[in-house]
Design a protein around this ligand. Structure first.
Ligand SMILES: [Zn+2]
Length: 304
């Protein structure tokens, strides 16, 4: 009986030991699993961190790549512009117009002896959002430095038109040098820093007309030595309308009838020419032509 009792009694003891064992195994399993999961979790976390780091690095590489590409584009454009400039400086031909395939028409305005008209011109160009090439004489730059500083600030380019507007064919080489440098100094004084223009517009066109080859051979190397090339025109008014009424209406009509893609229009800072300027701009645009500066017409156009 005793035996039976204790046997009966021991059996539950055995059972509870087995349960404990199962329990322990389970706990061990859970702990193992937990440790393993934690390990996995940490590993995943580490991988994610690595991934993040790589992504950051990739972003930086991408940024660097974009920066270099932009720099390359800028240098390419600059280079293209310099190649064009160089080609024109060495060319024997006189530039009277640009590429006829384009829709661009360069607006050039010469002399600039009246401050009121100079400022009115800048107002019109601003209103119509046109960049033009202005050829003041050095003397007029000295007289109205604020006007020409404003012109540069508003995106126009200044071209060399000599210091005192002489007939260059009458001058010695030394005097021609002085005329060109005098203009340069006046402009640098006005804009308060160095200024480079590749464009030279001879006063009256003198020395550079076809038929003046012997003067041109003497003058052009001096202009080229100063880093410029002479730019004439294919549409002008002074000679064209000399037997005609010189009114804003007639000026507008003449320019619009004669300008085409690639044209270089020569205007002067005179009351009549500038009175005609808004209609000239509107009329060119109505004909699908775009008024612009010489740089935009003759050199590779910067995109920025
Ligand atoms: Zn002039």
């Amino acid at each position: 009986m005793d035996n039976q009792y204790s046997a009966r009694n021991r059996q539950p003891k055995k059972k509870s030991a087995a349960r404990l064992l199962v329990f322990l195994v389970l706990v061990a399993a859970i702990i193992t699993l937990a440790v393993f999961s934690l390990g996995q979790y940490t590993a995943v976390q580490a991988l994610q961190n690595n991934l993040q780091e790589l992504e950051d690095k990739l972003d930086r590489v991408e940024e660097e790549k974009n920066r270099l590409e932009k720099q390359y584009d800028e240098l390419y454009e600059e280079n293209e512009e310099l190649r064009e400039e160089n080609k024109m400086m060495r060319s024997e031909t006189i530039i009277e117009h640009g590429d006829r395939e384009t829709k661009k028409v360069a607006i050039t305005i010469d002399d600039g002896g009246s401050e009121a008209i100079n400022n009115l011109t800048l107002d019109y160009l601003k209103e119509y959002n046109v960049r033009a090439t202005l050829f003041p004489t050095g003397q007029n730059v000295e007289s109205y430095p604020e006007t020409w500083q404003r012109a540069v600030e508003e995106g126009h380019e200044l071209g060399n038109h000599s210091y005192s507007h002489p007939f260059l064919s009458n001058l010695s080489e030394e005097q021609v040098h002085q005329e060109l440098s005098g203009w340069q100094e006046a402009v640098e004084e006005a804009v308060g820093g160095s200024y480079h223009t590749p464009f030279f517009r001879p006063p009256y066109g003198d020395g550079f007309f076809s038929g003046q080859a012997h003067h041109r051979e003497r003058l052009q190397p001096i202009v080229a030595e100063k880093g410029m090339f002479p730019v004439m025109w294919d549409v002008e008014l002074v000679y064209a309308l000399r037997h005609d009424t010189y009114s804003a209406a007639r000026i507008t009509e003449h320019v619009l009838n004669n300008a085409r893609g690639g044209s270089i229009v020569l205007l002067h800072f005179t009351e009549a020419d500038i009175e005609a300027l808004p209609r000239i701009i509107e009329g060119l645009r109505e004909r699908g032509l775009e008024p612009c500066s010489l740089r935009e017409l003759l050199l590779a156009e910067p995109h920025h």
